[in-house]
Every structure is written in C-alpha cells, then in structure tokens.
Design a protein. Structure first.
Length: 317
C-alpha cells in the first residue's frame, strides 16, 4: 500500500472529519464538445458559468482545422513508397494567417524523396473566413480535404477538442484551489469547502463521456503534512519559473503579466491553505515572500516594456 493509499478515507466518515477530496480524471483526445453543450452542462450541474472557457478564437479554429489535414504513411506503392501530408505556417500578421499544405514522399526507411507545396490555406482576420486553394495536379486526398476545409473550420470554431476541455477543467480546478499530489499531476487535492463545486465539475466531466473519480481524504496529521509538502514543492517550482522569465532579455509583456497572474493565484491559494490547515508554514511563507518580491519585479518589467513600446510606436508621436 502506498502513502497515498493510506491517506484515502473510507466512504463512511463522520461529518466534519474530512480535510478535502482527492480526485482524478481523464479526457480523451478525440472528444469534441460544442460550446452550447458545455454551457448546458454547466447550467444543469450548477457549476458557475464564470468558469466557462472563452469562446474559441478564429485563429485557433483555423490552426486546428488545418492540422486535421495532416496524415502520415499513406501507401502509394506497397512496401516501397509512402506519402506524408504536412502543414506549415508561412504568414501570420494582423490581417491574415496563411499555411501551406506539403506533399512529401518517402521510402520504406522514411528517407525523403520529394517535397512539394500542393495547397494554400488562408484565414482572413477581417471577416474570419477561410479559403483553401489547391495547386494543379494536387493529390486526390488533398483535393478532398481542401474541398471540406471551410466546413471543418466552422466545426472547430464551435467545438472544443480534448485539449480545450482539459484546459477548461484545469482552470476550474485552479479556481477550486486544487493541488497536484502526484508528480505527474494526475491526482489532485481540493479543500472540503469546495466539495460542492468539485462534485458539479465531476458531473460535467462525466456528461462529456470522460472519466472522473473522487474520494474523501481524512483530516489527519499525515494528510496535512502531505498537503504542506506539495505546496512547498509547487511554490518552489513557481519561483524557479518566474526567475527564468526575469532572466530572459527578450521577455514579452504578455509573459510578464501571465507570470504575475500565476504568482498571485499561488499566493491566494497558499494563504487559504494556511488558514484552513492551521499549521506553522514558516518555510512556505519565506518562499511566498520571495515570490512576492519577484512579482513586483515583473510589474516593473512589464511597465518598462509598455513604455518602450509606446516610444517606438510612430503613431504615439
């Protein structure tokens, strides 16, 4: 029996003796969920709609739709000649995104024999519409995929894929102050005060034909020690990540602000855990103090970047 197994409570426990919940979930890669269906499930389960993911951006839908065209090891000549359909981005600016579809032929050892452009895919950012133009003598499979590209784009614009759903669940878990208790992040601890919201999230996940499990965690010394240790590890990782951002001479304003938001979220989480755990967290508080100092440095750096951008913009003069 592992340390984690020993910490898991039985299903019959006295009221008030639960520290929180351990939960884990699996969202398959091939899942597709419309925004309308996701909104419906949030409402039916009582999960707060403010936790819904943002509407899908046309640029993201375009890239997902174009990725659907890709294919590998299409047999042309049995055991001798194969083809790969590749998609490469060539232009990204405020007005458009353009990607090229490549037909690559390889031998049985995957050695490249030929490589040619067979189609162009384009997103017009002004109208949020797409086009797919094939070259002369484009392979039949490429012709077919391009003929339905606009349809696939529309579908991707209204549906979240498995990765999108996982991001949604992860963001909700963050709002529920979840902490990963396994190195892989596969098992999470959520404080008992969020048990109702967690149960609603579990219902949403299951409604999407994904897997979700949870068990109560008994309030015991070992359980509290586990949570504290995981917090220390998590905080240290965040500090190291912020330090890397600060050291990068090419850091962008967006990355600075994202890192700052992450540090604020972790600080809020630790302060809440300190309150309900009611234990001495001196070591953790020292790391949070360092985190706060780094967060202030990020604010200064973001402000410096904003000032530099304004001075370099001709329209600002």
């Amino acid at each position: 029996m592992t340390d984690l197994d020993r910490l898991v409570a039985v299903q019959t426990v006295k009221e008030g003796s639960i520290l929180g919940r351990l939960c884990w979930y699996t969202v398959p890669e091939d899942i597709w969920v419309s925004r309308g269906e996701l909104v419906k499930q949030f409402r039916e389960t009582g999960l707060k709609e403010k936790w819904l993911p943002n509407p899908i951006r046309p640029s993201d839908a375009f890239r997902r739709a174009s990725a659907c065209i890709q294919a590998k090891n299409i047999e042309i000549e049995k055991d001798k000649l194969y083809a790969n359909i590749l998609v490469r981005e060539v232009t990204t600016n405020r007005k458009e995104i353009e990607r090229h579809v490549i037909w690559e032929t390889v031998d049985a050892d995957q050695k490249r024999l030929s490589y040619r452009q067979v189609a162009k895919l384009r997103l017009d950012k002004d109208t949020n519409t797409v086009s797919a133009i094939t070259e002369l003598a484009a392979p039949e499979q490429v012709e077919f995929e391009c003929s339905r590209f606009a349809e696939v784009y529309d579908y991707c614009l209204s549906h979240y894929d498995g990765n999108g759903i996982r991001k949604c669940v992860s963001q909700v878990m963050s709002c529920l102050m979840a902490t990963a208790v396994r190195p892989s992040g596969a098992v999470y601890f959520v404080p008992e005060k969020y048990a109702t919201d967690l149960a609603a999230l579990g219902k949403v996940i299951k409604s999407l034909e994904a897997e979700y499990f949870e068990v109560p965690l008994m309030d015991a010394v070992d359980a509290r020690d586990m949570v504290i240790r995981k917090f220390i590890h998590q905080t240290t990782s965040m500090i190291e990540s912020l330090a890397e951002v600060l050291k990068d001479p090419k850091v962008t304003k967006g990355k600075c602000l994202t890192a700052l938001e992450q540090s604020k979220r972790l600080t809020e989480q630790v302060n809440e855990y300190k309150s309900f755990l009611q234990v001495n967290l001196t070591e953790l508080e020292e790391r949070i103090r360092l985190l706060s100092l780094q967060a202030l440095s990020l604010v200064d750096k973001a402000q410096e970047l904003t000032t530099n951008e304004a001075s370099e913009d001709p329209a600002a003069s």
